[in-house]
Design a protein around this ligand. Structure first.
Ligand code: TYD
Ligand code: MG
Length: 470
């Protein structure tokens, strides 16, 4: 009988089997067997046999200061937002994984990036496994200048893709998507863990050997994790997440992992008829409709190195439903639950019999802890049906809330305040512990320091803020 070409290995315990099974016979875990190429029936080394010459020879470790610096020039994608998230552009020889739900604009973002690289005199290749070349062209026609100059390869066979890359040697290559490519060495369907690993492994080798920047596009499952390619997160240099609501036009790009830059940066884009446009001044966009009404609070957030003003909105509605609903969009739901508990305990309204909805206007997602105070004040203001006192304009704030009701220190108070001042926000409530940081800009606008949530409520809503909601 011919020797099988592939075998399966348990990703939990390492047990190898010849055929696929739902449950690993070694450790009993379900769905952990991953297909891999069978090992060469090599002249296996038995214990005690001499090693091949050169194998296992010691080498001299080098002091880090003597290691040569890899000062490779980055490949600029021509989009400031994308370049910033990447840490200054694509690094030649690196592999980037771009994840996002279907229809969010991954292909559009990548087509536009390749177009600009091509336009700047670089060489590129767009490998499309999902769409035909004609479909890729149709999109490119909407993207304007240089988009039609990008060479496209509609192909799903990994071996063909690699051979083409070897021949073309582009500086940047997009594979859209990594789940559609398959290697004939494996029997698994495209998108299976084994196939995805094999595809990424081969592209990774090519990238490193030839200094090509490879971008793998991947899909995201309903649960919001990178499907299949989750296993790739370790293997690639950079993981980008493209997110937003499909019905809204704003999109944010975040780095979840970046070996060549910070993971705090976000890029903000807007989907328009002519492709994705960069939003250079997101605060302006997100704050345009903010009004000083009950349930609204402006948050001075920091996203990476960039201050960002967004409006947090809350609605509180009496309900008979048990347990009452807690709906959060743009913020973490667990965080909201925590804040409601602290509010109830430390001078805010008790909302045990009310539905609470919290939304960050514009469809952005805020992940930093400095958002706590804005959520708390928006909810308290909604429960009281009383606007926050903001001296005419909308009231703004930032600060993390601790479980004991104290306002905790968050970084970059000065930059947050400077951004608020730029938009004429008259009054910013912030943790007293941040005052020292804020000193350089306190002249820009009245700063209201508060030591605790109760104090912030008192300042923002007056004495009535302490009363419990009906
Ligand atoms: P696409 O990039 O194909 O999404 P993904 O690759 O993430 O699945 O594009 C998503 C949507 O963007 C598509 O429904 C149409 C819309 N779109 C525009 O609004 N304007 C444009 O210029 C383009 C190219 C697409
Ligand atoms: Mg696509």
């Amino acid at each position: 009988m011919a020797r099988p070409q592939t075998s399966f290995r348990c990703s939990a315990c390492g047990q190898a089997t010849l055929r696929w099974m739902g449950r690993c016979p070694g450790c009993g875990e379900w769905n952990t067997l991953v297909e891999e190429k069978a090992a060469e029936p090599a002249a296996e080394r038995r214990p005690g046999r001499p090693r091949a010459a050169g194998a296992g020879k010691p080498r001299k470790p080098v002091a880090l200061a003597e290691v040569e610096r890899a000062d490779t020039e980055r490949l600029r994608t021509g989009s400031d937002e994308l370049d910033r998230v990447l840490g200054g552009g694509l690094v030649p020889g690196s592999v980037v994984l771009l994840g996002g739900s279907p229809g969010i604009g991954k292909s559009t973002l990548m087509s536009a990036a390749l177009a600009r690289i091509q336009g700047a005199g670089g060489t590129t290749l767009y490998v499309s496994g999902e769409e035909s070349a004609a479909q890729v062209r149709l999109r490119a026609e909407r993207l304007g200048e240089h988009a039609l100059e990008v060479p496209v390869l509609a192909e799903t066979a990994l071996e063909v893709v690699i051979a083409t890359l070897e021949q073309e040697r582009p500086q940047a290559c997009v594979v859209d998507s990594v789940q559609t490519l398959w290697s004939s060495d494996l029997t698994g369907a495209p998108g299976s863990v084994g196939q995805v690993q094999e595809v990424a492994g081969a592209l990774d080798r090519f990238a490193r050997e030839h200094g090509c920047a490879v971008i793998l596009v991947g899909h995201v499952t309903k649960e919001g994790t990178l499907a299949g390619p989750r296993v790739l997160e370790h293997a690639v240099d950079c993981v980008l997440q493209f997110e937003g609501e499909r019905e809204r036009s704003f999109r944010t790009l975040r780095a979840l992992k970046n070996r060549f830059g910070s993971t705090n940066e976000i890029g903000v884009f807007e989907m328009r008829a002519g492709g994705l446009t960069e939003v250079a001044d997101p605060s302006d966009r997100f704050l345009r409709d903010a009004e000083p009404v009950a349930g609204s609070c402006v948050l001075c957030a920091m996203e990476g190195t960039r201050p960002l003003l967004v409006e947090v909105q809350a609605l509180v509605a009496a309900t008979e439903v048990v347990p009452p609903r807690r709906v959060a969009s743009g913020i973490d739901r667990n965080r909201l639950t925590m804040i409601l508990a602290v509010l109830a305990r430390h001078g805010g309204p008790s909302l045990g019999s009310a539905d609470v909805f919290v939304n960050v206007a514009g469809g952005v997602r805020i992940e930093e802890p400095g958002a706590d105070l804005a959520i708390a004040l928006a909810v308290a203001s909604a429960a009281r049906e009383q606007p926050l006192e903001g001296c005419g304009g909308p009231a703004a704030c930032f600060g993390e809330i601790g479980l004991t009701g104290e306002l905790r220190y968050v970084a970059h108070a000065d930059r947050r305040l400077a951004e608020a001042a730029r938009f004429g926000v008259e009054r910013v409530i912030m943790p007293a512990r941040c005052v020292d940081d804020a000193l350089p800009v306190t002249r820009a606008g009245p700063v209201v320091p508060a030591r605790s949530l109760a104090e912030a409520l008192q300042t923002a809503l007056g004495a009535a803020g302490r009363r419990h909601a009906a």
